[in-house]
Design a protein around this ligand. Sequence first.
Ligand SMILES: [Ca+2]
Length: 231
Amino acid sequence: MVGVIKKYRVNYVIVDPIFYDYYTLKDLYTHPETPPPGFQLVFRSDNIDGTKILIYNTTKLIYTDFRTEAVPINDFDNLTGLVTSYGNLSLDTLDWKEGDASIKLESLPSPSQPNQSVAKIFQDIALSDWSKAQSFRLWVKSDSYLRNKIYFQIFDADENWGLYSIIYIDVGHWQNITLPIHSFATHSSTPPNIARIQRIVLGIYETPEPFTVWFDQLSAVFITETSTSGN
Ligand SMILES: [Ca+2]
């Protein structure tokens, strides 16, 4: 799509429900609040039947090259540094997306709600400056329909924290999730300082059925822009 926009100097892209049927274009329809680099939302119409029409200005994309660099935070090829709060954590060397293993987190009954299952792990990291990163990227797989039950938290050195709910719908399949940093919800008096992050948390809220979730390759994604002539 980016190639078409550059070649034909497309200034506007109109997005309707048809985009939902294409895996690589779906996010333009479902996540207009976090468009890819070079796409600027300029019009949105929410229709009475629940569908919507979106228009993006893509002029910047014609004249700019965006280079994406994913810097690994944890390749999840071993369990070093990972601490389990709830659940059973193990290494899975048979089912993974990158490197030679993934981590597998099996739920346990919730301590506060015995009829519910829950799981949570965390990792303390050296103070990291991700303030220039656009997003995090993470592989996720689950054996259950968890929709928005999986969450990712970041804590800074002053324990301010933000949370992102991962939408997981493709039961039994790996999904590569993008977590835009500006889409994290703040759950402290001030937003976490992205230049001084010291803890990350992966967890799953209470659910009625036991579940198993796999995670692989957590990265910080940096996007750099280069101006071009547009030819
Ligand atoms: Ca791995």
